[in-house]
Design a protein around this ligand. Structure first.
Ligand code: NAD
Length: 337
């Protein structure tokens, strides 16, 4: 019995070390917009913790960040509670995992509903923002924050050039909520870093951090000088009832004047894989950075039926690209052979 206790103490101590480390990196990434680790290294820390938690469910720590979204918002901004929580996405890294994801979807559907249509989008590497429009007028922008509560960044969002401030076609809609990603295109990012290097001697690590830092500038005049763009990816309140699919919702957003991510509808995992591979090939030519594709059940009724797990929808997943460092390592191996 003593051996068991010692073993448990050791496992808990390993968990505590991982938890403290993940918390520190969450703070650097989400609050300071200044990560210390590469994403793949951070993901590895989370995977290690998850593996231990799965093996020792009785020892899971009450403050485990595994089911947590983002981090607490910065106090400099007014905090706003989301009407509907803003969650994260589960992820898969290879074809077999994608098939497992689609199998899990099927397991939860009745026979006649199985093998639903899937809609695929680019996974834009920026930060998630919720926009609200009252009778067509833009009234509020809030960051995802910890998923329940975000930061009110309305003044800065107003300076994003492709964000509609007035939508005549939505004048009859009492409340419209559109969610999407705010990002900084590659060209603008390079220009900003050249200017910032010259004037302040410092640069941003990547376009995502530059976008996050710009959106959370306390001075809207500085935010206005940053080349940000908004890409819509969902309508969370105020969607006309006649629209029954995710692809329909994005087509509607386009009609309202929003820019949306590329969309493709497919019926099976093979077709999804083909799309994924074609996106990887075209990735370098895109004007902005992406870190994968997102695969969503297209029917909104089925999405509702499938619902959510603690921090992610059951009806969608991110199919992530292999980390660049892994690619390099693979190349090295090829050279060595
Ligand atoms: P995520 O970025 O993997 O996925 C969820 C997000 O995807 C959503 O919130 C949304 O903003 C975004 N998204 C982009 N395109 C979308 C689309 N078309 N449809 C729907 N959503 C779309 O999850 P996350 O929880 O924000 O963060 C995890 C990421 O942050 C990982 O990549 C992780 O490595 C990184 N991270 C890194 C560090 C570090 O220290 N380097 C620390 C914390 C987090």
């Amino acid at each position: 019995a003593n051996d068991g206790t010692n073993k448990n103490t050791e496992i808990v101590s390993q968990m505590r070390t991982l938890i403290e480390s993940i918390k520190q990196h969450n703070y650097a990434y989400y609050v300071l917009d200044n990560p210390i680790l590469e994403d793949s290294e951070y993901d590895q820390l989370r995977r290690s913790l998850l593996e231990i938690e799965e093996e020792y469910p009785d020892l899971v720590q009450p403050d485990s960040p595994i089911n947590q979204v983002g981090d607490m918002p910065l106090s400099a901004f007014t905090q706003v509670t989301h009407d509907i929580p803003m969650l994260s996405l589960g992820n898969v890294f290879e074809y077999d995992d994608l098939r497992d994801f689609m199998r899990r979807v099927n397991d939860r559907l009745s026979d006649s509903q199985q093998n639903p249509e899937y809609e695929m989008e680019l996974k834009l590497d920026g930060l998630a923002v919720s926009l609200k429009y009252e009778h067509g007028k833009f009234v509020q922008a809030v960051t995802r924050g910890d998923g329940q509560t975000g930061e009110d960044i309305t003044q800065n969002a107003k300076t994003i050039r492709n964000l509609p401030l007035w939508i005549a076609d939505a004048a009859d809609i009492e409340l419209l909520e559109v969610r999407g990603e705010v990002l900084m295109p590659k060209a603008g990012f390079e220009r900003l870093n050249r200017l910032s290097e010259a004037s302040e001697g410092k640069t941003f690590a990547n376009p995502r951090n530059a976008a996050a830092g710009s959106l959370r500038q306390l001075d809207p005049a500085i935010a206005a000088s940053r080349p940000l763009a908004f890409y819509g990816y969902s309508v969370n309140q105020g969607l006309p009832e006649s629209i029954e699919t995710q692809s329909g919702a994005l087509a509607w957003l386009t009609e309202l004047g929003f820019t949306v991510s590329a969309v493709e509808v497919v019926a099976n995992p093979r077709a999804a894989q083909t799309y994924y591979e074609s996106v990887i090939e075209g990735r370098a030519d895109l004007p902005f950075e992406i870190d994968g594709i997102v695969i969503k059940v297209n029917s909104l009724a089925l999405q509702q039926q499938l619902g959510f797990l603690s921090r992610e929808p059951r009806w969608a997943t991110a199919y992530k690209f292999p980390a660049e460092t892994v690619m390099t390592r693979l190349n090295d191996i090829e050279w060595q052979v």
